[in-house]
Design a protein around this ligand. Structure first.
Ligand code: TMP
Length: 197
């Protein structure tokens, strides 16, 4: 089973993902952008480059996803493992659709989803850590172009569209709560997801 964690920068996603390692020692914990490949390194260069072309950035993130799928996600799923990914395809649909909002693409989110449909493995469930853009920007320190409140407001709208389109896939968790309460809520959600299987 593939479970993904999604949310704005500063939603506490990575802290939760790290804390889950102890509770699920047999699961495969992974992330996007990947942190152990040159594709992931290329993506990180694009994140840190304020002048990076947003369409080129989309394809770097998507290349990293293709490599992540073939190298990590599909083999682990074929092995019958629980895979928990800190960010996955929805991050592209939410973040790059926002970055490409004023581009020549008429419907950026549909375009990005279309590219993925041909080859991706959709998540079985997605835990969405919901936080308002102001809190998200303040918590993340607004250190890169993706962490600014106005941009994060667009990203959040895109996440809302995704949740609306597939309400049965998403579990929404209020990420303005304390980190302990967020972790408790995520652990309870994951337990319920696994019990449903
Ligand atoms: P991280 O903070 O979860 O490591 O993600 C790094 C940044 O990259 C974060 O600002 C979100 C952004 N991002 C995208 O814009 N698109 C993507 O597909 C992914 C995986 C991350």
């Amino acid at each position: 089973m593939l479970v993904t964690l999604e949310g704005l920068d500063g939603s506490g996603k990575t802290t939760v993902w790290e804390a889950l390692h102890d509770a699920y020692p047999d699961a495969v914990f992974t992330r996007e952008p990947t942190s152990d490949s040159w594709y992931g390194e290329a993506v990180n260069r694009a994140i840190d480059d304020d002048g990076a072309d947003p369409l080129a950035t989309l394809f770097l993130f998507t290349a990293d996803h293709a490599d992540h799928l073939s190298r990590v996600v599909r083999p682990a799923l074929a092995d019958g493992k629980l895979v928990v990914s800190d960010r996955y395809s929805d991050s592209r649909y939410a973040y790059q659709a926002a970055a490409l909002r004023d581009s020549d693409l008429r419907r950026p989110m549909e375009y990005i989803r279309g590219i993925h449909t041909a080859f991706t493995r959709p998540p079985d469930k997605t835990i969405y850590l919901d936080v308002d853009p102001e809190t998200a920007a303040a918590r993340s320190g607004a250190t890169n172009k993706f962490e600014q409140a106005a941009y994060l407001a667009d990203v959040r709208e895109n996440y809302e569209r995704l949740v609306e389109a597939e309400p049965e896939r998403f579990v929404r968790i209020d990420a303005t709560q304390s980190p302990e309460d967020v972790l408790d809520a995520v652990e309870a959600a994951l337990e319920a997801i696994l019990a449903e299987q």
